[in-house]
Design a protein around this ligand. Structure first.
Ligand code: ADP
Ligand code: MG
Length: 240
């Protein structure tokens, strides 16, 4: 089993621009995500969920500890390699939807086009992913701004998956879906993980989604606990 992502006792504090005050957003978190599994982290607003995803995406660098992708320390990547990692190795579903005024299919294909795939081929490649995520051909042709929030969310997930990443990082990807639709999307994501050997790390404020993942953790005040509420974070790597 390939270990795709590993957080090794990582901590991150934000420094306020005025004064000495610091916010400890991530506090000695250790965990890993293997190829082929969907791991969920749930916790209230402010728990540190988005910060964790940004650390995995090389948008933030931990103050302490290491973030490893397939065994390589992300801190060792130079700017070019980090950009390649973000472009090719990972797919990100963020909370703000960057959309252009055009069909859903073209919006979902934007990332692929950014990696040099021609427009027509990019649109053809995202169509089956959009279909699998529940957007039929009529919805795929519709302007993204004429889609419901839940449909836009499916479109953004398709974009994140379009380049066949090895790691999916998803920030509240079902926040605009009701519980039935959330379950449906998570079931599809889990299938994709199992089929493609994709590793997915998803964060949510909704604890009821925890049972739908292969494995779940709770994040509270930057500290990670496993689903059975046992502490899952470690002060030292050797204690794992
Ligand atoms: P979540 O995604 O679980 O809501 P975040 O990772 O966004 O949590 O935030 C964790 C903590 O860090 C919160 O206390 C938040 O206010 C703080 N925080 C997040 N981003 C910044 C920032 N850029 N500057 C200062 N504090 C921040
Ligand atoms: Mg957040």
């Amino acid at each position: 089993m390939t270990e795709t992502l590993r957080f090794e006792a990582i901590s991150l504090s934000y420094r306020m621009s005025h004064g000495e005050e610091q916010v400890v957003a991530v506090d000695r978190v250790s965990m890993s995500v293997d190829a082929g599994e969907l791991v969920m982290i749930y916790g209230p607003s402010g728990a540190g969920k988005s910060t964790l995803l940004n650390l995995a995406a090389t948008l933030l660098v931990p103050d302490r500890g290491r973030v490893l992708f397939e065994g390589r320390d992300l801190a060792d990547l130079d700017r070019g390699a980090a950009a390649d990692y973000r472009k090719h190795d990972i797919g990100c579903v963020t909370q703000n939807f960057m959309m252009m005024n055009g069909p859903a299919a073209e919006n979902a294909a934007l990332k692929l086009m950014g990696t040099g795939v021609r427009w027509r081929e990019a649109v053809a490649r995202v169509a089956p992913i959009l279909g699998r995520l529940g957007l039929d051909p009529e919805k795929q042709r519709r302007n993204a701004f004429d889609l419901s929030m839940g449909e836009r969310q499916r479109m953004m997930i398709a974009r994140a998956l379009s380049n066949d990443p090895r790691l999916l990082l998803a920030d509240e990807p079902t926040s605009h879906l009701d519980s039935r639709n959330s379950e449906e999307i998570l079931a599809v994501l889990r299938e994709l993980c199992h089929e493609r050997g994709l590793a997915a790390l998803m964060v949510t404020h909704d604890p009821s989604l925890a049972v739908l993942a292969d494995r779940s953790h709770e994040l509270r005040d930057g500290q990670l606990f496993d689903y059975a509420r046992e502490p899952a974070n470690a002060d030292a790597v050797s204690s794992e």
